[in-house]
Structures are given as C-alpha cells and as structure tokens.
Design a binder for this molecule. Structure first.
Ligand code: HEM
Length: 464
C-alpha cells in the first residue's frame, strides 16, 4: 500500500527568535498566529525544547517519562498556565477547561456523571439523528465540483452538541453565525493570548482583544438564553422532562460542598462544552475526510467494512467497536492533526528536567503535535498509515507517545463521546458517498486554539 505525507508547515530553519523578530518580522508575525509554524526540524528530534520570551520561558518536553510526570504523576505541581485562560476567558470564563485547584476539582466532580459510559450510550440515538440530518445536506452537495467539508463537519458536530446538551437541533442560521464568529474568535484570541504571554504591551493586540470580546458576545448570545430558561425552570420547582446534559448540570449537587452550579457557572460550562465539544471533533473529522480522499484504498476498506457490519440497517451502539478500519483512520488522523496541538502548564516550583533547572513560573507545554510526529518514537512519523494502530511494533508508542485526548486527571472529559460520534459519522458517510480531491486544492494546516486549515477543506463528493 502506498503511504503519503500530507501537508504540514515546513519546519523553520534554526535561527534565534531575536533574529527572527529583527530581520524577518513577517515570520515573527506568522508565529504569533500559528503555533505549529514556528517549529524547527530539531523540535521533532529533541527531548526537551526551550523558547525564551521577554517575560517568560517555555519548555517543551517530549520524553515520555517527563510528559507522564507533568500530566499524571505530579499533575498538581503543574497546573494549567494562565496562557489558556488569557486566550479563552472572554468566552469561557473560569470554566473547567481553564480552571485549577479546588474550583476545577468541584467542576470535574459535578461534570463527570454527564459523561459516564452509560450516558454515552443514551446519547447514541441523538448522534444518529444529527448524522442523518447531515446526510440530507450532503445529498445536495453530491455531484457539485467542490463541497466545503469543514463547514459541514462544524455544522454536524455543533448539531450533536446541541441535541445532546439542549435536546434540540442546531438551525442553519445559528450554524453560520457560530462558524463565522468562532473562526474570528480563534484567530484573535490566540494572537491576543500569546502577545500577553510574551510580555508584549496591550496595544500590540488591541484589535484582536476587541474582536475576541465581540465574537465571544455573539456566541454567548446564542447559548446563554437557553441555559437561563432551563435554570429558572429548575429552580422554580417546575417539573423537568429533559434527559440531556444540561439537565444533568442544572440538577447536579456537589457531593462535597452540597452546592449546585449558579447561573454564571452554568453558562460558562455550557459554552465550554459547546466549543470544546464541537470544534475539536469538527477539525478532526474534516482532516480524516481529507486524508481518506488522498488514500482511496483506505476509503474503500472503510466502505467495505461498513457494508459488512451494517448492511442496510442503522448502526447500533455495539457496532462501534466492530468498525475497526474507520476507527484506525480516525486515530491516525488524530496523530497527524491533533486538534489540541499544545497543552500549556506552569511549573509551580523550581524543578529539574533532564539535568536542566526549570525555574518556578516557567511554562511547560506538552505538545501532542510534536510528540505524535517525533522522529525517535514513530516510524515514518509524517506519513498517513492507519494500519500502524494494528502493528504490535507501535504498541509502546501508542501507550506512551499518543495523547490526542491528553492523559491523567485532566484527560478530555468527552473522549468517549468524540470517538463514538466520529465512527457514526465516518462510517455513515463512506457508505453513502465517495470523497475525492479537488484539483489544485491543498489545505494549509495552522495551529491556533485547534489545528485547522486556513483555506478550509474542499472535497468533491459523489453519491455511491
Ligand atoms: C476529537 C475530539 C476531541 C479532542 C481531540 C479533545 C482533546 C482534548 C484535550 C487534549 C484536552 C486537554 C487539554 C489540556 O489539558 O490542556 C481536552 C479537555 C477537555 N475536553 Fe476534549 N477533546 C475532544 C472532544 C471533546 C468533546 C466532544 C467534549 C465534550 C462534549 C470535550 C470536553 C472536554 C473537557 C470538558 C475538557 C477539560 C477537562 C478538564 O480539564 O478536566 N472534548 N480535550
């Protein structure tokens, strides 16, 4: 089988950041808006990278035992850095994605029940309804010269989140508004947050700050009224008929403090779930479809598998584990294009990593992007090869160097949810359509809050 290297930003040559800033300011500006474009070739080979900025230093460990120490064994000593909060707080406040300490522990205790395995099974049919709505939209795109796949994947994943959180579908106008607003938010919030971390004066990112604030307001204006109506109804003692994630969050009482989420907390958690839940999944599904359009062999195997497992019937919960080729294609996509490319933490105390003293306050950024493409841990690291997940030679790398959903106490709350929706959508799509390249189109991967393509993902869709 022929493997290929899909596009990724060409690693930069080794030059100092000062040199970049002074002599190649356009490179520096690119770096401000794309986390993965600033990496050099050496980044994919070293055990511990380091970037010095005016006010802080960022270290990037890739060695498995150090990564485990930061995320699992000593996670309490490496809380989330302010960098993430600076980027996201206008939209997500102090929600579970950015909080730390006792605030985070309480939020996690209260949110875990909504994502237990039993609940994931309950939302299966809601995911299926959203997937069927997607197939109706795709029917209209089939046969056209090109289809904007990333917009469709954003629509279906946001629809799934709407149905599972709110028990209602996501209307086309809302989809357009959120797609546009979040695209703007991503770019502006990333640049603004990074400028603050780098110690640049506020005026440098003033326009990005204003854009983040405006677009965050637009998104929250869609979500908050729905949350408020449910919150008011629950606290007024009215009978509750919903069996969705919002209901779980409105009614849950923390077992330690005996408190409910108040309205502000609830709106922030829902905004966070909506964004963490749909943006990451949309990015990874778009990349998967692009990659299988370049590998028709895998696409045909996914089709044959879906036909054999499902025949003409709708999928059931028990089918998910049988759709192995689709799962491998998705897992390999998450390796090559992990939606969360960097996970910044902060060293609370001075410590040592590989004989290097890491001062208190240093940002310790764990990078799934770098670790997944690391020359020492993966064979042919930049090639797309879903079968590597069945190869016993990669067992060690899969265990220690594969972390698209992170690891440890802050592992993604929605990992099982995301894997289930991905297999439902992918197997349903390949059964109905064939995906081909659009001549002359090549995506441009960029790393902001998630890894997306700046020029979208365009494919030709043909009905089978
Ligand atoms: C392919 C899809 C997804 C990927 C790759 C992904 C990845 C991640 C990663 C890497 C983190 C850790 C970030 C960090 O520690 O800095 C995370 C956290 C989180 N994710 Fe996901 N995610 C996905 C889908 C979802 C979905 C569908 C939901 C919910 C519906 C969700 C909810 C969350 C939450 C609540 C957290 C914060 C957990 C905590 O800090 O306790 N994610 N995700």
């Amino acid at each position: 089988m022929s493997h290929f290297v899909p596009p990724y930003p060409k690693p930069m040559t080794k030059r100092s950041w000062v040199f970049q800033m002074l002599l190649r300011p356009w490179k520096f500006l690119q770096w401000r808006t794309c986390s993965i474009r600033s990496l050099s070739n050496r980044a994919y080979d070293m055990h511990l990278g380091e970037i010095r900025l005016p006010l802080t230093t960022i270290v990037i460990p890739t060695q498995p035992d150090i990564v485990k120490r930061v995320l699992v064994d000593e996670a309490e000593k490496f809380p989330k850095s302010r960098m993430m909060a600076d980027m996201l707080e206008m939209l997500l406040g102090d929600s579970i994605f950015v909080s730390n300490g006792d605030v985070w522990k309480r939020q996690r205790r209260m949110m875990n029940p909504a994502f237990e395995q039993a609940r994931i099974k309950v939302v299966f049919d809601l995911m299926l309804d959203a997937a069927n709505a997607l197939f109706e939209r795709m029917d209209k795109l089939a046969g056209q010269p090109e289809a904007a796949i990333d917009a469709e994947m954003t629509h279906v994943t946001a629809d799934i989140i709407f149905r599972t959180i709110f028990s209602r579908s996501f209307e086309a106008e809302e989809a357009m508004l959120i797609y546009r607003a979040f695209n703007e938010f991503q770019e502006a919030a990333y640049a603004h947050g990074l400028a603050r971390t780098a110690g640049l004066p506020n005026w440098v990112s003033y326009f990005q700050y204003r854009t983040s604030r405006r677009t965050a307001k637009e998104i929250r204006a869609v979500l908050d009224p729905i949350v408020k109506a449910r919150y008011d109804s629950f606290h007024a003692g009215e009978p509750q008929t919903h069996n969705d994630i919002l209901q779980s969050l409105v009614s849950v009482k923390d077992e330690v403090t005996g408190t409910h989420f108040d309205l502000r907390e609830l709106c922030e958690q829902v905004a966070m779930l909506f964004l963490a839940g749909h943006e990451t999944s949309a990015a990874s599904l778009s990349w998967t479809l692009y990659l299988i359009s370049m590998d028709q062999d895998i696409q045909e195997r996914m089709f044959t598998e879906a036909e054999e497992v499902l025949g003409a019937r709708e999928p059931q919960f028990s089918d998910i584990r049988k759709l192995k080729v689709s799962r491998n294609a998705f897992d390999e996509t998450l390796r090559l294009y992990p939606p969360v490319a960097f996970m910044p933490r902060v060293a609370e105390h001075q410590c040592t990593m590989r004989d290097k003293t890491v001062e208190a306050g240093t940002i310790v950024s764990i990078s799934p992007w770098v670790i997944h493409r690391h020359r020492r841990y993966w064979a042919r690291p930049d090639e797309f090869d879903p079968d590597r997940f069945d190869d016993p030679a990669t067992t060690e790398a899969q265990r220690n160097c594969y972390l698209p959903f992170s690891k440890g106490q802050r592992v993604c709350l929605g990992a099982a949810f995301a894997q289930q929706e991905a297999v439902i959508i992918l197997s349903g799509l390949v059964r109905r359509y064939r995906f081909d390249q659009v001549p002359g189109f090549e995506p441009k991967p960029t790393g902001r809050l998630t890894v997306r393509s700046t020029n979208g993902i365009k494919l030709k869709v043909t009905k089978r």
